[in-house]
Design a protein. Structure first.
Length: 176
């Protein structure tokens, strides 16, 4: 294991590298803020596992800096590189605080996570173009939904049905 690094400056978030990434591995950036991680969370006091992605082999994805995860993760994961595994110890102020997250995480709990950064990628909207391009695409989709093109088979079935129902009046309209 590597040396413990105090990422918060007050001992609230400590990162220890368990496995280094390859030298050419990428790290999250402003252009690639969405991260995919595998993790296992334990209570520091008891070592009890309260959450993991390893049991069902899932990946947890989130965007850094959006507040969708605990503060410790926003701070620590942005310092990682793809392929790296780190042990992240976080004090209550950087986790669930005095409220905890019952029933699994008691109040004022210090948590330990082993996190593997699997991938980092751009957010979806940054790869699809400008707002005006998005609106144009949306309008085009609305038109398609309002006026779906009849397939050749559907036209033939409709022609056959109308010919049977109105054999003399309208059948000549459908010979095109």
């Amino acid at each position: 294991m590597g040396d413990a690094i105090d990422l918060s400056g007050d001992g609230g978030v400590i990162k220890t590298i368990v496995r280094k990434s390859k030298s050419d591995a990428v790290a999250p950036t402003e252009d690639f803020p969405v991260v995919d991680v595998h993790y296992e969370g334990t209570l520091a006091d008891t070592g009890e596992v309260f959450d993991t992605t390893h049991e069902d082999n899932t990946i947890f994805s989130f965007e850094l800096g959006k507040g969708s995860v605990i503060k410790a993760w926003d701070i620590a994961v942005k310092t990682m590189k793809v392929g790296e595994i780190a042990k992240i110890t976080c004090k209550p102020d950087y986790a669930y605080g005095s409220a905890g997250s019952p029933p699994d995480i008691p109040l004022d709990a210090t948590l330990v996570f082993e996190v593997e950064l699997v991938a980092c990628r751009p957010r979806k909207s940054s790869t699809t173009g400008s707002v005006s391009e998005e609106r144009a695409k949306l309008e085009e989709l609305k038109k398609v939904e309002r006026f779906p093109p009849l397939s050749r088979v559907a036209r033939e079935e409709e022609t056959f049905f109308l010919t049977l129902k109105f054999p003399f009046q309208f059948s000549y309209l459908f010979f095109f």
